[in-house]
Design a protein around this ligand. Structure first.
Ligand code: HAM
Length: 414
């Protein structure tokens, strides 16, 4: 779990503002749900055979002996809220929302993998239109592009539906049963409970086994096959580059049909910047109406890491406009009023506190990234004229205190 503070915090604000702008553009409104939910929600929603539910949740009994879990992901909580508040009925024909917030998974920490991490996620409820699949993938891709990220790989697959997947599962079980001794112990377990997960096992022997295995996307029913073809053609028509990755299966149980992930070449082993897919049955499984839906989650720490690894200069302005330095404590009252006046005019300003040598004050001004230092002594108060120093240009001017804000504004424009 990490602390986030300046200057890093500025980068977070920038990324969040790019996200919010895109969300306005695409018509998604913000939803904020609690971090704590009943454990049962994730067991039913995410699935009790998944790594998340089996090994990674922060779960505890509260004082009322209820089993509670700190959300490991955002979708289940959002679905709960949508059902609880009838949001879908109110927002016909579709309900589109997004969230930004912390998630918790007790995973083995490594670069790009934390126990508290932040996700930006979007969910669109109430339609199985392949245009929405394309739209959701487009959102993720556009945001990453707008942040300057390149060498992205959009991986796309279809993992079928309750009609075609069970039939395929039997085929996969039959195939992998013949090579049990080559599969890792975890995949041997997966073979009976969730054979599709064998396809994304990172163990080289398991990868070798799944190379010639039958793939879900070659055994889709007509409805899933048609849907997949349409999603691909819409993405091509809007120039979103993608690769069909037959072994992409995703680690959460609620997915149907479309599954996708966007990876970056600028990250290490944990290279997925975001991932998601369609979940046509989750809303009804959690007590809501029939509402085919789709969404994704994007890992903000991984996005920050990719921005840094790619040396992207986001031109984020930092530092203050003005640093006011009272010559001694006697001038502090006057300076504090001056400071208040500048801030009221929208000029970011700080005032030096505590008596110091002038040289140290100027060092502090540099430290906070001030563009101008304003020095006020007894004489300045008497004359009503303050000394303004442009710290980058090393120029000094005497400025009428009443016109200080105007002077700084003009100087900043230059
Ligand atoms: P997910 O693939 O588990 O999907 O997570 C989405 C993204 O969150 C990942 O691609 C990664 O960038 C980030 N992430 C996941 N775990 C960690 C971690 N331990 N440390 C840092 N970043 C991490 C979901 O969570 C689904 N709820 C997405 C979704 C929304 N599907 C439909 N709607």
């Amino acid at each position: 779990m990490e602390d986030i503070f300046a200057p890093e915090a500025k980068l977070w604000h920038h990324v969040e503002s790019v996200i919010r702008r895109e969300m306005d553009l695409f018509g998604y409104s913000e939803i904020r749900t609690p971090i704590l939910e009943k454990t049962e929600l994730f067991v039913r929603g995410v699935g009790n055979t998944t790594d998340i539910v089996k090994k990674e949740m922060y779960t505890f009994n509260d004082k009322g002996e209820r089993s509670m879990t700190m959300r490991p992901e955002g979708t289940a909580g959002v679905v709960r809220a949508v059902v609880e508040h009838n949001l879908l009925q109110a927002a016909l024909p579709v309900f589109k929302c997004f969230y930004i917030g912390p998630m918790y998974r007790y995973e083995r920490p490594q670069k790009g993998r934390l126990r508290q991490f932040h996700q930006f996620g979007v969910e669109c409820f109430g339609t199985d239109s392949p245009y929405i699949d394309a739209e959701v993938i487009q959102i993720l891709y556009m945001i990453l592009k707008n942040l300057g990220l390149s060498e992205l790989n959009v991986k796309l697959n279809s993992i079928g539906c309750p009609e075609c997947r069970p039939v395929f599962k039997e085929k996969a079980i039959e195939y992998f049963s013949g090579m049990k001794d080559k599969l890792c112990s975890e995949c041997n377990e997966r073979l009976t409970v969730n054979p599709l997960r064998i396809y994304d096992c990172k163990v080289p022997e398991c990868k070798e086994c799944s190379k010639d295995a039958p793939f879900m996307s070659d055994h889709l029913c007509k409805s899933c096959g048609d849907h997949f073809e349409k999603v691909k053609s819409v993405l091509s028509s809007i120039n979103i580059p993608f690769t069909h990755d037959k072994s992409l299966v995703r680690g959460l149980d609620y997915y149907t049909k479309t599954a996708f992930e966007v990876t970056s070449k600028h990250l290490g082993a944990q290279d997925a910047l975001g991932g998601g897919g369609r979940y046509d049955n989750l809303v009804s499984e959690l007590g809501g109406p029939k509402a085919p839906s789709i969404g994704f989650g994007m890992g903000l720490e991984r996005v920050m890491l990719a921005v840094k690894n790619q040396n992207i200069d986001l031109k984020i302005s930092s530092g203050q406009d003005v640093y006011i330095i009272p010559f001694s404590n006697n001038e502090s009252d006057y300076c504090f009023k001056l400071l208040t006046g500048l801030r009221a005019e929208g000029i970011s300003s700080q005032m030096a506190v505590g008596e110091k040598k002038m040289g140290s004050h100027f060092k502090d001004a540099e430290k906070i990234g001030a563009r101008f230092a304003v020095v006020v002594g007894e004489n300045e108060i008497k004359s009503g004229c303050v000394a303004v120093k442009n710290l980058a240009a090393h120029e000094q001017a005497n400025v009428d205190a009443a016109g200080l804000a105007e002077y700084i504004k003009n100087a900043l424009k230059k």
